[in-house]
Design a protein around this ligand. Structure first.
Ligand code: CUA
Length: 343
C-alpha cells in the first residue's frame, strides 16, 4: 500500500510539474492582465484541476488492479458479473459524460464573454486596427477626430490601462492569429474578413504575444509586444507618436538620411515628414524608440541594426527585407545613426 501511495505521489508531481511548465515563462496563460484573460484563466484552472484529479484516480485504479491481480485471464472469463458492468457504466460512460459536458458548458459560457466577428455588438468604429503581414504587425491608432491624428506604427501595441479597447484585426496576405495569452485568447486575422476584439489591460507593463497561426517560414519571428501604460502616459506617448520625424541636426545622421532617401529603402518604408512613403515594410517614423527590430526578434541596438540592414536574409530568411550589402563603411554607420535618432 505504501509503494502504491509513493507511485501516486510521483505521478501527481510529474503531472503538476508538466502543467506548471506550460503555464509559466515569457507569456504565461494563467497570469491574466485583464478581465478577458481572467475568464480564460479561470476556465484553464478548472480544466487543469479536473483532469489532474481524473488522471490521478485513473492511475490509482490501474495500480490497484495490477496489485490485486489473481490467477489468469481464462480463470476470470467471462466478464459478465454485475459488479464489472457497474464499473464500465459508471467509470466509462457516466463520469466522462458529466466531466466533458461540464467543460463544454463552461467553455460556451466563457466564449460568450468575447464579442467577436464583424457582424455584431461593435457599433462604433475600432480604436485600433492591427494588420498582419508576413511577418510583422502593422498597428494603426484611430484616436483623435481627424485622420491626421491617426498614427501608424509596427510590432509594439501601446494600450491605455483600465479601459476596454476595441481592436479590428485584418491581414494583408495569409491567415495570422493575434495571441497575447495574458490579455486575450487567440483570434485569427483572415484574408477578406475583419475580426473585432475588445481588450482591457488592468496592470501597466509589457505583455508578450506571438502570431498563433502558422503563416510561413518566419511564423516564429512574428512577435507582438504590448506596452500597457496608465492613460496619462499613453496620451503622452500618443502625442509623441503623432509627430513627424524630426530633421537630423547631426551631420552624420543628416548624411544617413540622404543614404536612406536616395536608395531602395524609400520604396518599401515610410518616414512621416520625409519623402519616404513606401507601404511594403514597417513605418519607421519612430523606429529608434522601439524596443526591438524584425518584429521583436532582435534587440534594437546599433550592431543588430547594421546586421539587419546588410544581412536581413541571414537573420530572417524569406522576409521581404533584402540584404543591402551595398551599404558599407561610413554610409552604413551614418544610416544607422539616422535610424537610431528617429525617436
Ligand atoms: Cu503570422 Cu504566424
Amino acid at each position: 500500500m505504501r509503494s502504491l501511495r509513493r507511485i501516486a505521489v510521483g505521478v501527481l508531481s510529474c503531472a503538476s510539474a508538466l502543467g506548471v511548465a506550460g503555464c509559466r515563462g515569457v507569456q504565461p496563460m494563467l497570469a491574466p492582465g485583464g478581465p478577458q484573460a481572467q475568464s480564460i484563466a479561470r476556465l484553464g484552472w478548472f480544466i487543469l484541476i479536473t483532469f489532474s484529479i481524473v488522471t490521478v484516480v485513473m492511475w490509482v485504479l490501474i495500480f490497484w488492479v495490477a496489485a490485486r491481480r489473481r490467477g489468469t485471464l481464462e480463470e476470470h472469463a467471462p466478464y459478465d458479473a454485475p459488479a464489472d458492468k457497474r464499473w464500465i457504466v459508471f467509470g466509462g460512460f457516466f463520469v466522462p459524460t458529466v466531466v466533458l459536458c461540464t467543460i463544454f458548458v463552461l467553455t460556451l459560457n466563457t466564449m460568450r464573454k468575447f464579442p467577436m466577428g464583424d457582424h455584431e455588438q461593435h457599433a462604433g468604429p475600432p480604436m485600433i486596427t492591427i494588420t498582419g503581414h508576413q511577418w510583422w504587425w502593422e498597428i494603426e491608432y484611430h484616436f483623435g477626430d481627424t485622420v491626421s491624428e491617426h498614427v501608424v506604427d509596427a510590432n509594439e501595441l501601446h494600450l491605455p490601462t483600465g479601459q476596454p479597447i476595441d481592436i479590428r484585426l485584418q491581414t494583408r496576405d495569409v491567415i495570422h492569429s493575434f495571441w497575447v495569452p495574458r490579455l486575450h485568447g487567440k483570434v485569427d486575422l483572415v484574408p477578406g474578413f475583419e475580426n473585432r476584439i475588445r481588450v482591457q489591460v488592468d496592470q501597466p507593463g509589457l505583455y508578450r504575444g506571438e502570431c498563433g497561426e502558422y503563416c510561413g517560414p518566419q511564423h516564429a519571428h512574428m512577435i507582438l509586444l504590448v506596452d500597457a501604460q496608465p492613460p496619462q502616459a499613453f496620451q503622452a506617448w500618443l502625442a509623441g507618436a503623432r509627430k513627424p520625424a524630426a530633421a537630423p541636426t547631426d551631420p552624420v545622421a543628416a548624411h544617413g538620411k540622404d543614404v536612406f532617401m536616395t536608395n531602395a529603402c524609400v520604396l518599401c518604408h515610410s518616414i512621416r515628414g520625409t519623402d519616404a512613403h513606401g507601404l511594403v515594410g514597417p513605418d519607421l517614423t519612430h523606429v529608434g524608440s522601439r524596443k526591438a527590430i524584425a518584429a521583436n526578434s532582435y534587440p534594437n541596438s546599433r550592431g543588430y541594426l547594421e546586421a539587419w540592414v546588410t544581412h536581413a536574409q541571414s537573420m530572417k530568411p524569406d522576409a521581404q527585407m533584402p540584404n543591402v550589402t551595398a551599404f558599407t563603411g561610413d554610409d552604413l554607420r551614418a544610416l544607422v545613426t539616422y535610424l537610431e535618432g528617429l525617436k
